[in-house]
Structures are given as C-alpha cells and as structure tokens.
Design a protein around this ligand. Structure first.
Ligand code: HEM
Length: 77
C-alpha cells in the first residue's frame, strides 16, 4: 500500500507540481469557456462540464498529495 503515501517524481519534480500547473491551465480554460457561454456560445456547455469534471478529479489528487507532503510525511520518490 506504499503508493498511497508516495508522490512520484516526474522529470525531477514531484508529480504534484505538474498537476498544479495543469490545474492552472484547466482553470483558465474553464473560465474562458464560461465567459464565452455568457457571450452567447451556449454550445460550449458540454465542454465546460467535461472540463469541470477533469478539474475536480485533478484537484482532488493535487490536494491529497499536497496535504500529504506537508502534514503527513508522504515520501517523494
Ligand atoms: C472554477 C470555475 C468553474 C467551474 C468548476 C464551473 C462549473 C460548471 C458546471 C459543472 C456547470 C454545469 C452546471 C449544470 O450542469 O447545471 C457550469 C455551467 C455554467 N457555467 Fe460554469 N464553471 C466555472 C466557471 C464559470 C465562469 C467563470 C463562467 C462565466 C463567466 C461560467 C458560466 C457558466 C454558465 C453560463 C453555465 C450554464 C448554466 C446553465 O445554463 O445551466 N462558469 N459551470
């Protein structure tokens, strides 16, 4: 069950860092989609929902690893 308390290294940095960068990009994309929908492009709602689901899942993993590293002594390797 080691994998539950280990954050993998990817290209020399904790995977959490990369997830954070992806989250930032997805969040900006989500807001962009929302603004476009308010401006009349309601056909983007499906993409807005799919992107929201990805945001949610990645945010959960990002938070789990982040809190684990800071407060619960997760290993990075
Ligand atoms: C973190 C940012 C956001 C998340 C996670 C998010 C998530 C969602 C989700 C899950 C829905 C679908 C709701 C449903 O199925 O009833 C939705 C709908 C919508 N969102 Fe967002 N959203 C975000 C930001 C924004 C922004 C910044 C705007 C506009 C400026 C926006 C505009 C809309 C609109 C217009 C709808 C359609 C509402 C409807 O007619 O049912 N969203 N959003």
């Amino acid at each position: 069950m080691d994998f539950l308390t280990t954050v993998p290294l990817l290209w020399g940095r904790p995977a959490n860092i990369w997830l954070g960068i992806i989250l930032g990009v997805l969040l900006i994309f989500q807001i962009y989609l929302g603004i476009m929908m308010v401006r009349g492009r309601m056909n983007l709602l499906k993409l807005h929902k799919i992107n929201a689901a990805f945001l949610f899942i990645i945010a959960l993993i990002h938070a789990y690893w982040g809190l684990g590293i800071w407060f619960f002594n997760f290993q990075i390797k």
